[in-house]
Design a binder for this molecule. Sequence first.
Ligand SMILES: *Cc1c(COP(=O)(O)O)cnc(C)c1O
Length: 394
Amino acid sequence: MSRRTYSDPIFTLTTGPVDAYPAVLRALSRPVLYDYDPAFLEQYEATNAKVRQVFHTTAPPVILQGEPVLGLEAAAASLIAKNDVVLNLVSGVYGKGFGFWAARYAKELVELEVPYNEVLTADAVADMLKKRPDIAIVSICHHDTPSGTVNPVAQIGAVVREAGRLLIVDSVSAFGGMEVLPETCCADIFVTGPNKCLGCPPGLSLLHVSEAAWEKIAANPDAPTASILSISDWKQAFDASQPFPFTPSVSEIYALDAALDLYLEEGEQAVWARHALTAKACRAGIQAAGLRLWAASEAIASPTCTAVAIPDGVDEAKLRASIRARYGIVFSSGRAETLGKLTRIGHMGPTARPTYSLISVAAIAGGLQAAGVKGIDVGAGVAAAMTVIGEAQA
Ligand SMILES: *Cc1c(COP(=O)(O)O)cnc(C)c1O
């Protein structure tokens, strides 16, 4: 046996994949049933019903067999037809990335872009839709994770619906960790996954598809069928009497089912509150320690991820490596444009626990202090996070 260089970290406080819930890991160890065994068919139908329950939708959801980038690419491939003009809203790296898929299928891609520490406004979207009546589809990344900022997706969704256009929402790192539902943001295709706030390993995409989107997909001659990218192939799969287009990821379905049970038992309001409190304590601690948040204002900072601006002159990758070595804690880096500029603390599913704000703030402030950054106060940071936790219990 070869010797390993690294042992596992003590805490994985990343923005996905996240440390899965123990009950989810136990579910993954169940025997793998034959997909047409009646016990699995019944299980699959029940899991679909639970997705519908957490989505608060009446239409059956669609579960695709790959982590959520599959759901996003499938949404672009299925909904966008050759003659469509698409407006892609960009406030970060994931929003920008969706544009590359959209451009592959659209006649024209129009983008509305803001700096990656800010978010879009519903007014700007309304103006653009007025200026360009030929826009058929709008796409938005709800919580652009590499920036830790949250777009006002409900307001933007209302503007898009009012204007009679279709909306694709990437809510992968938001759903399950904050108040958002497919229908409250008027999403025609809503994409999320179990591997962020629901606390599962990566492997599935969860989609809500509106009636209008199904019609558009049916009318799109280029919408994929008999393909891994197909949404329509899976339209009837929720129904135990219908065949699967190909083998579903049996174990991932067990894991998802366990995660949905936890979510439903705890109650969505309590789950969202636990994410919000963890992030609030982190933000207070980070600022009291003498650091800055990446988000231009606290109002747009995410409840599922706190992005900490790293002071000039500090090598962010070395900082995370030193934090892992010293404290056994793993955080996320930025991505693309935000890489090297910020460190992200994830508050997702099992890691959305206010207590984790204490070790997160201590580790980041401690790591910077050890790197020789002046003006860092570890104690003040931890005390501020504790105050927020204490106030919530009063
Ligand atoms: C995690 C995430 C996805 C899924 O992409 P991966 O990087 O492959 O995990 C998509 N959109 C957003 C906003 C995400 O946070």
